[in-house]
Design a protein around this ligand. Structure first.
Ligand code: OSB
Ligand code: MG
Length: 369
């Protein structure tokens, strides 16, 4: 497959809710959208980096620069037999897994369309629908949290994840646990604690959490391993897993017993497949994370989460939760906690170009010279 041209856009899409985490408040997404053109087909990718480096280090503007000035010129016009060849072409560039993922995932879509097959099949998926949970931001009160948890349980979501931070943790989680004793409950700290918070974190052990997500530093593996030895609750790594190499080290150190896979954080689908293989042989359950993706990113995540190692509900909830109107024609909606995977070649979704045009802040082209 030869990529003949690429279009990059920066879009702004307002969220239907205020999403508060330990690292800030989000009310909209600034989305770097990539369209690759080749052999009469189009491959789509959605960046998950934010305007500012509050979750990981990469940013929208930094990625735009890298793609336009370095990554796209390196691969355009080349004969790329498969996505591994594209990853190989980008490998001299260090780090920047989100930027690499944006390009690699768009190419996976193009590649699968070239084969005329749905992406889930090309990746080795084994199901047509996936189990989903929901990630709920920090609310203003415990009562408000109970209401929002109840509503999402009624909608059928199979796992409730609450965002926590020091001072907003044990009390709210205990109230939810008491009100919904049977619910599968988890907590995500987004790196808000330090090892010195051990006494506070130990109190969470009594709540029967399915796991505690990324309590410590955003790049840490060692302190997580120390903490895991002190806690009964399994630790789940999110921010710290930015490559298969990091996953290998996390397994060797014992930094966590569960992994959150976000292909866009790990460097793409290929890197996620490597993490999947490592986790399978180490007996580590996986689940599909989310970055408040719009339709393109959500579709990519759905396809990857059909692999057998994804045994816990993902953060891939209904698009209508997030957006008045999604970027794509297809409605990605969960029913009773199950989300169908889009049909058709590649990721199986189509851009609403008129909407995309309306919310485009910036647009640029790169073509093979
Ligand atoms: O830590 O999983 C996270 C959203 C943005 C950045 C980081 C995270 C999240 C979520 C939301 O938890 C998951 C989703 O609904 O997409
Ligand atoms: Mg997380």
């Amino acid at each position: 497959m030869r990529i003949e041209a690429a279009e990059l856009r920066i879009l702004e899409l307002p969220l239907r809710f205020r999403f508060e985490t330990s690292f800030g408040v989000q009310t909209k997404r600034t989305i770097l959208l990539l369209r690759l053109f080749g052999e009469g087909l189009e491959g789509l990718g959605e960046g998950v980096m934010e305007r500012l480096p509050l979750y990981r280090e990469e940013t929208v503007e930094g990625t735009r620069y890298l793609l336009q000035e370095a990554f796209l010129p390196r691969v355009l016009g080349q004969d790329l037999p498969n996505p591994e060849a594209l990853a190989q072409a980008l490998s001299p560039f260090r780090g920047n897994p989100m930027a690499k993922a944006l390009l690699e995932m768009a190419f996976y879509d193009l590649f699968a369309k070239g084969l005329g097959r749905p992406l889930w099949q090309v990746l080795g998926g084994v199901r047509r629908e996936v189990e989903v949970g929901v990630s709920l931001g920090i609310q203003s009160t415990v009562e408000a949290t109970l209401r929002v948890v109840e509503r999402h349980l009624q909608e059928g979501y199979r796992r409730i994840k609450l965002k926590i931070k020091p001072g907003w943790d044990h009390e709210v989680l205990r109230a939810v646990r008491e009100a919904f004793p049977e619910a599968t409950l988890t907590a995500d700290a987004n790196s808000a604690y330090r090892l010195s918070d051990l006494p506070r974190l130990r109190r969470l052990d009594e709540l029967g959490l399915d796991y505690l997500e990324q309590p410590l530093g955003y790049d840490d593996l060692l302190d997580h391993a120390r903490l895991q030895r002190e806690l009964a609750t399994p630790i789940c790594l999110d921010e710290s897993l930015t490559s298969a190499e990091k996953a290998r080290k996390a397994i060797e150190l014992g930094s966590g017993r569960v992994f959150n896979v976000k292909p866009a954080r790990l460097g793409g689908h290929g890197e996620s497949l490597k993490v999947h293989a490592l986790a399978q042989s180490a007996g580590i359950p996986l689940w599909m994370g989310g970055m408040l993706e719009a339709g393109v990113g959500r579709a990519h995540n759905l396809h990857l989460s059909t692999l057998p190692g994804f045994t816990k509900p993902g953060d891939v909830s209904s698009a209508s939760r997030y957006w008045e109107e999604d970027l794509i024609d297809e409605a990605l909606e969960a029913k009773e906690g199950l989300m169908p995977v889009p049909e058709g070649p590649g990721i199986g979704v189509h851009l609403k170009l008129a909407l995309v045009d309306r919310i485009t802040l910036w647009k640029g082209y790169v073509s093979a010279s």
